[in-house]
Ligand binder design. Structure first.
Ligand code: ZN
Length: 157
């Protein structure tokens, strides 16, 4: 990877960190949950409004490092307006990409997400980038099979 590409990734991540998306509180959320990455101390609050099988709105507040904050901001930006099935598919792709699955290709229309690929070079930061996506997936799964507690927080192992 060239140095200029690194700079581009850094700029995208810093842009999301400085002006995170999805900070409007969502009082009428369909599910809300939390996430925690003990390895770094990142703490995430997530709330999602679903209407007619569309992810209408996402509230995400991450108190943590630049990577976790930027990643959660990207999640809010990209998943808003997608169908639940699309959102799940995107989250699955991002998670697999961050976990190092070489076969995963990030679709072109996902905007800034590929900036997160740069994080893979820093293994201690991968969980920071993963936190929002794993929390979203687990929150959605709990919401979809409501036999479980929908508010059970996610902690990365
Ligand atoms: Zn972190």
């Amino acid at each position: 990877m060239s140095a200029s590409l690194d700079d581009m990734y850094r700029d995208i991540i810093l842009d999301h960190y400085r002006a995170p998306r999805g900070r409007e509180p969502l009082p009428m959320a369909d599910f809300s949950t939390g996430g925690h990455n003990p390895a770094c101390g990142d703490q995430l609050e997530l709330a999602v409004k679903i209407d007619d099988d569309i992810v209408k709105d996402i509230y995400v507040d991450c108190k943590g490092c630049a990577i976790s904050t930027a990643s959660s901001s990207m999640l809010a930006e990209i998943l808003k307006g997608k169908t639940v099935a699309e959102a799940k598919k995107i989250a699955t792709i991002v998670r697999a990409m961050l976990k190092g699955d070489e076969d995963v290709k990030i679709p072109e229309d996902l905007g800034d997400i590929d900036a997160l690929e740069g994080v893979k070079k820093f293994p201690v930061r991968i969980k920071c980038a993963l936190l929002a996506w794993v929390t979203f997936m687990e929150g959605l799964e709990n919401y979809q099979n409501s036999t479980k507690n929908p508010d059970s927080p996610t902690t990365l192992e």
